[in-house]
Design a protein. Structure first.
Length: 174
C-alpha cells in the first residue's frame, strides 16, 4: 500500500481511515442505523417469541405471520438505509472491504426473508414450513447482527495511531 496511515487502512489495524471516520461521524445515516438496529432487534425478539409459540402450541398463526412480515420490512428498511450509509462512508453501496463479509451474510438474510414472503403469498411450504423458514432466516439474522456488533465494538476500541484521543472535554484543533 502507498500513502499515509491516515489515508489507507490495513486489515489488521484499522476499520476506518481517518477520512472514512470523518464521513461516518458526519453522515446522518449513522444515527438512522443506530436507531433502526435496536428497533429491528426488538421486532425480531417479539416475532421470534410469536413464531416459537405457534410452532409449540399451534396458536397465534396470524400474529406470528404478521410479525415475520413486519420484521422483513424492517430488515428491508435497515438494508436500504445501511447501503446509503455505506455509500456515504466508503463510496460504494455494498461490499466495501471493511464490511464485505457482513454484506455477504446480509444477502443470505435478505434471501431467506424474501423467500418467506414468497412462501406466505403463494402458500408454498404450508404454514408450519413457513415458520421453520422464518426461523432459518432469524438464525442467519442473529449471525449477521453478531457480525455488526463485533464491528461496532472493534470501531469503538480502535484508535488511529495518528489520531490521539483528547482528554475528556478537550477539543482537538483541525
Amino acid at each position: 500500500m502507498t500513502g499515509t496511515p491516515d489515508t489507507h487502512r490495513t486489515a489488521s489495524r484499522s476499520l476506518y481511515t481517518a477520512e472514512e471516520r470523518r464521513r461516518r461521524d458526519a453522515s446522518p445515516w449513522t444515527l438512522v442505523q443506530g436507531i433502526l438496529a435496536p428497533v429491528q432487534f426488538f421486532v425480531f425478539l417479539v416475532s421470534l417469541w410469536l413464531v416459537v409459540r405457534f410452532l409449540m402450541t399451534g396458536e397465534g398463526e396470524t400474529a406470528a405471520t404478521i410479525s415475520v412480515v413486519v420484521k422483513t420490512f424492517v430488515l428491508y428498511t435497515i438494508m436500504i438505509t445501511g447501503s446509503i450509509w455505506e455509500k456515504d462512508v466508503f463510496g460504494r453501496y455494498l461490499f466495501a472491504p471493511a464490511f464485505f463479509w457482513e454484506d455477504v451474510v446480509s444477502m443470505l438474510v435478505l434471501a431467506l426473508h424474501t423467500a418467506y414472503l414468497y412462501a406466505v403469498f403463494t402458500g408454498w411450504l404450508g404454514v408450519e414450513g413457513q415458520m421453520w423458514l422464518a426461523l432459518a432466516a432469524y438464525a442467519t439474522y442473529v449471525v449477521n447482527a453478531a457480525q455488526f456488533v463485533w464491528k461496532l465494538r472493534m470501531a469503538r476500541l480502535q484508535v488511529a495511531p495518528s489520531s490521539p484521543v483528547p482528554p475528556s472535554g478537550a477539543e482537538v484543533a483541525s
